[in-house]
Design a protein around this ligand. Structure first.
Ligand code: TNX
Length: 607
C-alpha cells in the first residue's frame, strides 16, 4: 500500500484499499414507491414551537413565556444600513411572504452603534417607537421590561464573525449581530421559531407566533459544510441551489462541490474545452451527464454567497481522472484515451505525473476555477490514486499545492495527501473510520488543520439501515444517532480541538440519482451533523436532539422536502384517517391553498 492510501476504513465491511482491482460499489435503483415508503410522508399538525427547539442548539436560550410576539398583518422589517444587511432583510421577507401573505416591506433603521447590525420585525406602530430607541440596542433590550438579558451576554458582547442575538418581545423580534452572516443565521433561527406552516409556498391562515425570550448564539467551528458529488451523477443548477438552501437552514456555511471524477467532468474550462464538452457527457449508469458553464457556476456561487455559504470547488487529482483522460489522451500514461467510464470502481485512473503537459493542465484548470471562485479554498482531491505511488505521488501533490498557492487560494485535500510536505495553511479532510491515525496527528503537528468527515459518522451516502433503498455500507450503517453521537473536538487521537477547522458531511452519488434521493440521504442526518459543527459541546444530548428534530418533520413536509422517517425520531404521528390515505403535506395550520398545492418534489416521491 502506498502512503497516499492510509487509513482507508478497516471494519469488516471495508472496501478494498489495494487499488489493484477495487470492487465496484453496488448500485441499486429503488423503485420510486420504495423511496416514498421509506420517506417521511405522513405528519400531523405540530405542537407550538418553543424557544429551545432550534436546530442546531443555540449557545444560550432564556425563554420568557410572557413575551411571545405575534406577527401583525402590517409588519415591517427594519434593518441597519448597508447592502449586506439589507440583503438579509430581503431574504427574511422572501422567506415569510409566501405563507403569511404579509407584504413585509423592508425599510431602514438608524445606525445602532459601531460594528453592530440590527434587524427588527415589528408592527408599523411598534416600529415607530423602536426607531426612536434605535441606539438603545447597544445598551439594553429596546423593550426593557419584556426581554430578559442573559447573564454575560449583553448585546454589546462579542458575537464573533457569525454570532447573533435574538430578542423576542411582544413588541418586536430583534436580531443583532456584528456581521451580515450573523444576522443571516439569526434569520434562520427566527424561521424555525415560527409555526411549521411558514414553510408553505402559498398563504396559510395562521397565527404567526414567535416564542418570547432571548437567544445568544455563535458557532463552535468556523467550517461547517456538506459535499455534493455532482460527478458520479450530474445534478442541475436548480438542484444545487436547493441543496444550498438546505445547508443555510441549518447554519452550514460551506458547500463542497466534487466537480470531477472518472464518470464525468462537470465544470467548463475555457483553455481545455473538451474536459466538459467530452468528459462531461457521461455519468454512472450511462446517463447523459452534463456540466456547468462558467455562467452556471457563477450563479451557484452567487446563490450561495447570498446565503453566506462559501463554495469549495474540488478538482480531484491525480486519480479519479478518467473523464479528463477521455477528453485529453495526452494526459494519460501511454497517451492512449481510455473508454468513458460509467461504473463505480475507484483507483484505476491517473494523470501522468511524469509529463510536464500534466502540470500545464493542472495550472490552467486550477487557475480558471480559482478565478471563478470568490471563496478562499481550492480542493485538490488526492484520494485513492492507487496507481501513483511513493515519491511520484508526494511530488505531484507538492507541486499541485504550489500551483494552488500561486492562485492565492488555500489548499484542501483528502487526508491521503498527508505524506506530502506541509504547505502554508493547508487543510486535510479526514474521512477515515478509526480516529487513531498517527500520520494525521503528525501532519497537524506540522501545521495542518482538519475538516472531519469520518466515514462511519458523516458519510451521507451510507445507508441508514440494511433496508435503506439506496446507498452504501462500506463504512457501516449510519442512522441519525450514529451521525450525531461523536465529538469533532475529541475524535482523533493526538489532535487538539484547535486544529479542527470544522465538520463536513459528504454525499457521494454513485447510487443517488435525483434531487429527492439527495434529500432523502440528507434529511434527517444533515441537521445532526450541523449541530455537531455549530453547537457548544455542553448542549450535546441525544434525547433532547431527537425531540427537537422531530418538530422539523412537518417543516420539511410542508416545504416539499423528501426525508427519511427514521424510526429513532419521535415524529408527530399521522392521525389515522383511513379514507384520506397518505398525503405528502399536511399543513400545521389548516389552509386550503397549502393543502392543495403540490410540493416541488411530490412527483418523485409519490408512492
Ligand atoms: C470513497 S471518500 C471515495 C469516493 C467514493 C466514496 C463512496 C473519498 C475521498 N473517496 O470516491 O465515492 O468512497 O462512499
Amino acid at each position: 500500500m502506498h502512503p497516499g492510501a492510509v487509513a482507508v476504513p478497516t471494519t469488516p465491511s471495508t472496501r478494498p484499499e489495494t487499488g489493484q482491482e477495487p470492487a465496484g460499489l453496488p448500485v441499486h435503483r429503488p423503485p420510486a414507491a420504495d423511496l416514498a415508503r421509506a420517506a417521511g410522508e405522513f405528519l400531523a399538525p405540530s405542537a407550538p414551537v418553543r424557544l429551545g427547539d432550534v436546530v442546531p442548539a443555540p449557545e444560550s436560550v432564556a425563554e420568557d413565556p410572557a413575551a411571545d410576539f405575534t406577527l401583525p398583518a402590517d409588519a415591517v422589517i427594519r434593518v441597519s444600513a448597508g447592502a449586506a444587511a439589507r440583503d438579509v432583510a430581503g431574504h427574511l421577507a422572501e422567506l415569510l411572504r409566501p405563507a403569511t401573505g404579509c407584504p413585509l416591506p423592508v425599510t431602514g433603521l438608524p445606525p445602532a452603534g459601531a460594528d453592530r447590525l440590527t434587524l427588527t420585525l415589528t408592527g408599523v406602530t411598534a416600529g415607530a417607537g423602536t426607531e426612536a430607541a434605535g441606539d438603545a440596542v447597544t445598551a439594553a433590550p429596546a423593550t426593557g421590561g419584556n426581554a430578559r438579558t442573559i447573564a454575560g451576554t449583553d448585546p454589546a458582547d462579542d458575537l464573533g464573525d457569525e454570532g447573533y442575538r435574538l430578542d423576542v418581545t411582544p413588541a418586536e423580534v430583534r436580531i443583532t449581530a456584528g456581521t451580515a452572516a450573523g444576522l443571516f443565521h439569526g434569520v434562520q433561527t427566527l424561521r424555525q421559531l415560527l409555526p411549521a406552516a411558514v414553510e408553505s409556498p402559498t398563504p396559510v391562515d395562521a397565527r404567526w407566533v414567535v416564542p418570547g425570550g432571548v437567544i445568544v448564539d455563535r458557532p463552535r467551528f468556523p467550517y461547517r459544510g456538506a459535499m455534493l458529488d455532482v460527478a458520479r451523477h450530474f445534478f442541475t443548477v436548480a438542484d444545487v441551489l436547493r441543496v444550498i438552501d438546505h445547508l443555510a437552514r441549518y447554519k452550514l456555511n460551506h458547500l463542497h462541490l466534487h466537480l470531477t471524477d472518472d464518470q464525468g467532468w462537470r465544470i467548463a474550462v475555457d483553455s481545455w474545452p473538451a474536459l466538459a464538452g467530452v468528459g462531461g457527457a457521461t455519468e454512472v449508469g450511462g446517463g447523459p451527464g452534463g456540466h456547468y458553464t462558467t455562467a452556471d457556476y457563477r450563479r451557484i456561487v452567487r446563490h450561495a454567497a447570498r446565503r453566506h455559504v462559501t463554495v469549495v470547488p474540488e478538482i480531484d487529482l491525480p486519480g479519479h481522472t478518467n473523464s479528463a483522460l477521455v477528453a485529453y489522451p495526452e494526459l494519460a500514461p501511454g497517451k492512449v484515451a481510455p473508454p468513458p467510464y460509467t461504473g463505480t470502481e475507484v483507483g484505476f485512473s491517473y494523470v501522468d505525473p511524469a509529463d510536464e503537459r500534466t502540470y500545464d493542465f493542472v495550472d490552467d484548470v486550477l487557475g480558471e476555477v480559482a478565478a471563478l471562485t470568490p471563496g478562499p479554498w481550492l480542493h485538490i482531491g488526492g484520494d485513492e490514486a492507487f496507481k501513483v505511488r511513493g515519491a511520484a505521488y508526494t511530488g505531484f501533490v507538492e507541486r499541485t499545492q504550489r500551483i494552488v498557492a500561486a492562485t492565492g487560494k488555500t489548499v484542501i485535500g483528502w487526508h491521503q495527501i498527508a505524506p506530502a510536505a506541509h504547505a502554508a495553511g493547508r487543510v486535510l479532510q479526514w474521512w477515515g473510520t478509526n480516529g487513531d491515525d498517527p500520520e494525521i496527528a503528525e501532519s497537524v503537528r506540522r501545521g495542518a488543520r482538519l475538516i472531519l468527515s469520518p466515514g462511519n459518522h458523516a458519510y451521507l451516502d451510507m445507508k441508514y439501515a440494511p433496508d435503506t433503498p439506496i446507498g452504501h455500507d462500506w463504512a457501516g450503517l449510519i442512522d441519525v444517532r450514529r451521525a450525531y453521537d461523536w465529538d469533532p473536538g475529541a475524535h482523533l487521537t493526538g489532535v487538539p480541538a484547535e486544529a479542527v477547522l470544522g465538520v463536513e458531511a459528504p454525499l457521494w452519488t454513485e447510487s443517488v440519482t435525483t434531487l429527492a434521493e439527495v434529500e432523502f440521504m440528507l434529511f434527517p442526518r444533515l441537521p445532526a451533523l450541523a449541530e455537531l459543527a455549530w453547537s457548544p459541546r455542553a448542549t450535546h444530548d441525544w434525547a433532547g436532539f431527537r425531540d427537537r428534530l422531530a418538530g422539523h418533520g412537518p417543516r420539511w413536509s410542508t416545504a416539499g422536502i423528501t426525508f427519511h422517517r427514521s424510526p429513532e425520531v419521535p415524529w408527530p404521528v399521522e392521525p389515522t384517517d383511513g379514507d384520506r390515505g397518505p398525503s405528502r403535506r399536511i399543513p400545521t395550520q389548516p389552509g386550503p391553498d397549502a393543502a392543495e398545492t403540490p410540493a416541488p418534489t411530490a412527483a418523485t416521491t409519490d408512492g
